[in-house]
Structures are given as structure tokens and as C-alpha cells.
Design a protein around this ligand. Structure first.
Ligand code: COA
Ligand code: AMP
Length: 625
């Protein structure tokens, strides 16, 4: 099949294109209105379609004779546990847990917050919500109680589903304690917490509020799939914005299912029965889309891995999993491969394994640097595909479509737009620029299925943040260029968001935490280069007049504040005291300039700088690191 033909069809006749893709799913009532507009004037797909995502992902396959096929291989080196669950058993477990949720009053449209480690129960909880038409909001385990509390307040769930603990390599993380603290901090009060007890650390349950998952199953009645409208929300996933408050990206049921199933073949070339492994976490969008929903919607076997690329037990972990389960496509972040390369530069840990089923490696979450690209390609001798994504879209905006037509890759580029994404580079005035000119990466409306149509509880934030800057376009927040052959190069965020180990973090949020320290007058957080994690945050701090504090004491207080307010995932390990911050005459901190200095890049001193002498101090502080 020709990529150009497929892509042009998606742009010229989007309704026809997506109707054909929608026809491949088992709707209760297939949509007749393919593209419409909602009460906010936002484009919406399949508006009158009636369906249930859990039905399409599980029941449908069981009905089609796929019941005995493995749906999930759970592999947990941190607990030395392995479990393989077939479609039929997964459907039954999901239906039963949906019965537990229903007994606690959960119904269509209700929000359920899920705070879980990488265990099958995380997937079961997500799918059980989908079964009831309830809206799940999964919170990544590396976030602190305060972050969890923000999400409880915003999503206002009556029920939270969690586990007694998570395991980080060899450290037991007391999820229940974090949950209790978050519930205490949040002004919205939940009615129930349903807790999966893990033997590594049993949680104390609060009588009247907490429910023991395993006990509740004993008296539960299986629940059927509840029909929902295509445009009813399936989930809310919070992601970092430029302010301290995360944004709740809302994902529709129907358009998500269509895009997920389509992408599984078009981008990843996966057919029913194949084994797919997204080495990510269910707390991130990659986990939602490619650990849970897309593989199941396509009838694949998905791998759920509770471990790290290194240290559980060694840098051969990825290779072992690929061999053991016959993984056909592996998807992870470049940072994972950089970690493997550092721990095992001679690839000794690869030697015992035969990866004869592995056809492709996909990477996303951050730019795939050419050095990592070449290292992985040479090591595994399979195509290595960079593809560009956002939580907001739920699937790759650009990639090399292995199921349609594999193009010659260009290191540093995420190749070509996925069908449905009309990618343009605009200058700051909104004019389209020519080939090889850097600008703002924008998507011409309508967005294809699965992209967000609002921010939970704050539609203005959606309009203002994404649609206002350039009329008729979605602003991605990324900068980049398109070359003369149409290849897209994503060069990094144009806002104050950084990518640390493939995790999206807001420097603004870190600045808010630092600024609340009693000794701090002003601060700036920037993302500086890191060999393994791509970027890592660095704080520059101005003390209040009269404060004479030991710098390393201050640094450790700030580090600990960020850890307890945002979480270990922020990887915040460095704060430096400075006397001045370089600013423009209007008082804006020149963050890009500071980053360039920290990264040893060449820079131009802007004519708008207020105090050029501030640069020499910043230079000496940053060079002394
Ligand atoms: N629960 C609790 N804590 C968690 C956590 C979780 N689910 N996930 C991470 N953390 C903690 C880590 O233990 C670490 O704590 P520490 O500072 O006390 O050591 C901190 O958060 C930072 O985690 P991380 O950035 O993952 O660093 P790491 O040093 O533990 O591991 C890598 C480094 C490269 C191995 C790891 O980041 C990785 O595998 N990355 C792959 C990226 C990925 O999956 N991205 C998703 C998009 S595809
Ligand atoms: P998230 O919403 O957490 O998936 O993060 C999305 C952001 O990660 C994007 O806006 C990009 O800045 C960055 N990103 C993701 N994938 C890539 C990629 N393949 N190349 C460059 N940047 C990427």
C-alpha cells in the first residue's frame, strides 16, 4: 500500500477514511454521523455511535473465538512473579471487578481514580471502568500525595482504586500511605478506596471507607458492558501544563477505539495474535494506549512489565522479555536504551538471548538522538522507529508507518505525519514557512480521532492553550521543521515543559514549589542536558535579603520539598544559589539563554536583556557544576 495514497485520502476525505476504519470495530449501533461539531464548536467523531470500549477490547474477541489466547503476559522481576491471562479470563475478571465497582455505586459518567503499580489489576481496573461507562483517571505511581490530591480535587471521584504498595527495584513504596495522605489533603472527599493487597506490604484498611479488593470479589456479581455514546469520555489523563496545575486530557470512547485499532496495524504492523510490548507505565499515555487499549482492541497479546531496563536484575532484562514472550514489536523511550547502553556498553547481556521474533523497535517520549538510534539499530539489526506523540493526541502524530509503507528513516526525524494529522510549521504570526525553516509545529483542524476535545472541567483552558494561538490550528507546543521531502523533525518544546526520562514535567510547577521555601526570593527551573534521561531539571535560586544559609542545606531542603510535593519522578537533584537571574527589561527570566549556557551551546545575548553583567555570574555558577 502507498503511504501517500493513504495519507492523502485521510486529509482529502476524512469522513470516508475514518468511517472505513470505524467499520472494523464491533459497535452496538454504528455511527452514521462521522464528523460533527459539539456544543463548544469542537470537531467530534462518530457522534451518534453507540458502543463500549471494554466490549470491543475483550468480549468481542471471546465471542470471535479468541478466548484462550493470552491477552496479558505479566512479568515482574521485582516480585519474581509471572502470570499469563487469556482473553476469556481477563474478560471474566474485569466483569467481576466491574461488579465490585458497581456495588459501590459507580455508574456511567462517574470518575474513578486509579493509583496502581504495574500489576494486572491496574489493567483490570481500567477496563472495568470502561465496562461500566465510568471515566477512569490513572495517576502514575511516582507522583507524590500532593499531586494525587490535585487530581482527586479536579476529577472528584467517589471511588479510588489502589494497591497496598509498589516496588521500585528493591524498594517498597507504600502506595496506601500516599493515598491516605492525598485523601486527607484533598478538599473533595471520596466515599471508598478499593485496595489490592500485595504480600510485599499489606495495608491497614480504614473501616467503612476502605474495601479489600480480594475479599470484595468473593461476593461480587459480574457486570455487563454498559452502552455509551462514542463521545462519552473513557478516561481523563492528567499531564503537565506550563502552570502548577496539571491538565486533565479527556479521551472519548469511540474515536479512541477507532484510532487505537487503526494505529496498531498502520503504525506498528501488528496483526491479531501478535505479541506487543510497550515498556512504559500504565500511568502515562503510552501505557494507556499501547499497554492496555490498542493491543486488546486489535486482539494482540500485550506484555505488562513491572521492572526497569537495568537493575532488574541487569541490562539484559529487555532482551529476556523479548525472547521469552516472542515480542514482535518493542516500544520504549530512548532513555531506556541509553541506560542499557551505559550499563552494558559491550552488550554482553544480549548474548544469551535470541530475538528472532523481534521485527521493530519503536521509540517516543522524547527526541530519539541519532547516537542512540544508531546504537540500537546496529545492536539489534531491526528497523528503529522514532515517532512523535503527545498525551493530547493519544497516538503518534508522526511516524514511519510500518503497516502501510516503510520509508527510509532519517536519524533525528520522526518521519512523516500519520494519516489524519495535517502537520504544518508556522512562524509566530501564523504563516506557514517553507522547507527546513524552524517554527511552531501546528496541526490543521480537524484533528483525527482520539485527540482531546476538551480539558476536564476547564474548556477555556483547552481553547486558550491549544486553539487560540493560530486560528484553525491546534498548537502542539513543540518546535521543529519539515524538510523538502516532508520529513518532520521535532526539536523540543517551545514552552516551559521539559522531558525527563521520557516523562513530561512542568518547570513552572517546580518553580512554584521552590518559591514557597521561606528563604527563597525568586527562582528559575530549566531542563539541562542529561546523558541518560535526555534532560534533567536544574534550579537557580535567589535568596531573600538577609538570609545567610548554607547552600547545600538549602539545596537538600529544596530537593526534599520537590520530592514530597511533586514526587521522585521529577528527578530534581540540583539547585544553585545565584545573586541575579538574567532577565529582559520587562522582567521575563531568560530561561532559554540560561539553558544554552548550562548546555555549553553557543548563544546570542538578546538586545532586550536588562543586566548583561548577570550573565557572567550565571556562567561561572553553571560552569562550576
Ligand atoms: N513509583 C514510585 N516511584 C517511582 C516510580 C513509580 N512508579 N517510577 C519512578 N519512580 C522513582 C524512581 O524510583 C526514582 O526515584 P529515586 O530518585 O529515589 O531513585 C525517580 O522516581 C526517578 O525515576 P526514573 O526517572 O524512572 O529514574 P530511574 O533512575 O529510576 O530509572 C531509567 C532511569 C532510564 C531506567 C527509567 O527512567 C526508564 O526506564 N525510563 C523509561 C522511560 C519510560 O518508560 N517512559 C515512558 C514514556 S514511553
Ligand atoms: P507526553 O504528553 O508526556 O507524551 O509528552 C509529549 C511531548 O514529548 C511532546 O510534546 C514532545 O515534546 C515530546 N516527544 C514525544 N515524543 C517525541 C519524539 N519522538 N520526538 C521528539 N519529542 C517527542
Amino acid at each position: 500500500m502507498s503511504y501517500e495514497k493513504e495519507y492523502q485520502k485521510s486529509i482529502q476525505t476524512p469522513e470516508l477514511f475514518w468511517q472505513e476504519k470505524a467499520d472494523q470495530l464491533d459497535w452496538f449501533e454504528p455511527p452514521s454521523r462521522i464528523l460533527g461539531s459539539d456544543e463548544n464548536g469542537i470537531d467530534r467523531w462518530f457522534m451518534d455511535g453507540v458502543m463500549n470500549t471494554c466490549h470491543m477490547a475483550l468480549d468481542y474477541h471471546v465471542e470471535q473465538g479468541r478466548g484462550d489466547q493470552i491477552a496479558i503476559h505479566y512479568d515482574s522481576p521485582v516480585t519474581e512473579t509471572k502470570e499469563s491471562i487469556c482473553y476469556k479470563d481477563l474478560r471474566d475478571q474485569v466483569a467481576l471487578f466491574a461488579g465490585v465497582l458497581r456495588k459501590q455505586g459507580v455508574k456511567k459518567g462517574d470518575r474513578v481514580l486509579i493509583y496502581m503499580p504495574m500489576i494486572p489489576q491496574a489493567c483490570i481496573a481500567m477496563l472495568a471502568c470502561a465496562r461500566l461507562g465510568a471515566v477512569h483517571s490513572v495517576v502514575f505511581g511516582g507522583f507524590a500525595a500532593h499531586e494525587l490530591a490535585i487530581r482527586i480535587e479536579d476529577a472528584t471521584p467517589d471511588v479510588i482504586v489502589s494497591a497496598s504498595c509498589g516496588i521500585e527495584v528493591n524498594r517498597v513504596i507504600d502506595y496506601k500511605a500516599l493515598l491516605d495522605k492525598a485523601v486527607e489533603l484533598a478538599s473533595h472527599k471520596i466515599k471508598h478506596a478499593i485496595i489490592w493487597q500485595r504480600p510485599e506490604s499489606l495495608a491497614n484498611l480504614i473501616e467503612g471507607r476502605d474495601i479489600d479488593w480480594q475479599l470484595a470479589l468473593q461476593t461480587a456479581q459480574a457486570a455487563d458492558c454498559v452502552p455509551v455514546l462514542s463521545t462519552d469520555p473513557l478516561y481523563i489523563l492528567y499531564t503537565s501544563g506550563t502552570t502548577g496545575r496539571p491538565k486533565g486530557v479527556v479521551r472519548d470512547n469511540g474515536s479512541h477505539a477507532v484510532a487505537m485499532k487503526y494505529s496498531m496495524k498502520a503504525i506498528y504492523n501488528m496483526d491479531p495474535g501478535d505479541v506487543f510490548w510497550a515498556a512504559s507505565d500504565v500511568g502515562w499515555v503510552v501505557g494507556h494506549s499501547y499497554i492496555v487499549y490498542a493491543p486488546l482492541l486489535q486482539g494482540l497479546t500485550t506484555v505488562l512489565y513491572e521492572g526497569k531496563p537495568i537493575g532488574t536484575p541487569d541490562a539484559g532484562a529487555f532482551w529476556r522479555v523479548c525472547e521469552e514472550y516472542g515480542v514482535k514489536a518493542l516500544f520504549s523511550a530512548p532513555t531506556a536504551f541509553r541506560a542499557i547502553k551505559k550499563a552494558d556498553p559491550e552488550s554482553v547481556c544480549l548474548k544469551p538471548y535470541r530475538l528472532n521474533k523481534l521485527e521493530t523497535v519503536f521509540m517516543a517520549g522524547e527526541r530519539l538522538d541519532p547516537a542512540t538510534y544508531h546504537w540500537v539499530k546496529d545492536l539489534l539489526n531491526v528497523p528503529v522507529i522514532d515517532h512523535w506523540w503527545q498525551t493530547e493526541t493519544g497516538w503518534a502524530i508522526c511516524g514511519n508507518l510500518m503497516g502501510i509503507e516503510a520509508k527510509e528513516p532519517k536519524p533525528g526525524s520522526s518521519t512523516l505525519p500519520s494519516p489524519g494529522f495535517n502537520v504544518k510549521i508556522l512562524d509566530d504570526e501564523g504563516n506557514e514557512v517553507g522547507p527546513n525553516v524552524q517554527g511552531n509545529v501546528a496541526l490543521k483542524l480537524p484533528l483525527p480521532p482520539s485527540c482531546l476535545a476538551t480539558i476536564w472541567g476547564n474548556h477555556d483552558r483547552f481553547k486558550d492553550g491549544y486553539l487560540k494561538t493560530f486560528e484553525g490550528y491546534y498548537t502542539s507546543g513543540d518546535g521543529g521543521y519539515i524538510d523538502e521531502e516532508g520529513y518532520v523533525f521535532i526539536m523540543g518544546r517551545t514552552d516551559d515543559i521539559i522531558n525527563v526520562a521520557g516523562h513530561r514535567l512542568s518547570t513552572g510547577e517546580m518553580e512554584e514549589v521552590i518559591a514557597s521555601h521561606p528563604d527563597v526570593a525568586e527562582c528559575a527551573v530549566i531542563g539541562v542536558k542529561c546523558d541518560i534521561k535526555g534532560q534533567k531539571p536544574l534550579g537557580l535560586v535567589l535568596l531573600k535579603d538577609g538570609v545567610n544559609k548554607n547552600e547545600s542545606q538549602l539545596e537538600s531542603e529544596i530537593i526534599s520539598n520537590i520530592r514530597s510535593e511533586i514526587g521522585a519522578v521529577a528527578s530534581f537533584k540540583e539547585a544553585k544559589v545565584v545573586q541575579r537571574l538574567p532577565k529582559t527589561r520587562s522582567g521575563k527570566i531568560l530561561r532559554k539563554l540560561i539553558r544554552q549556557i548550562a548546555d555549553g551551546e553557543e548563544y546570542n545575548v538578546p538586545s532586550t536583556i536588562d543586566d548583561p553583567a548577570s550573565l557572567s555570574e550565571i556562567e561561572s555558577v553553571l560552569c562550576a557544576r
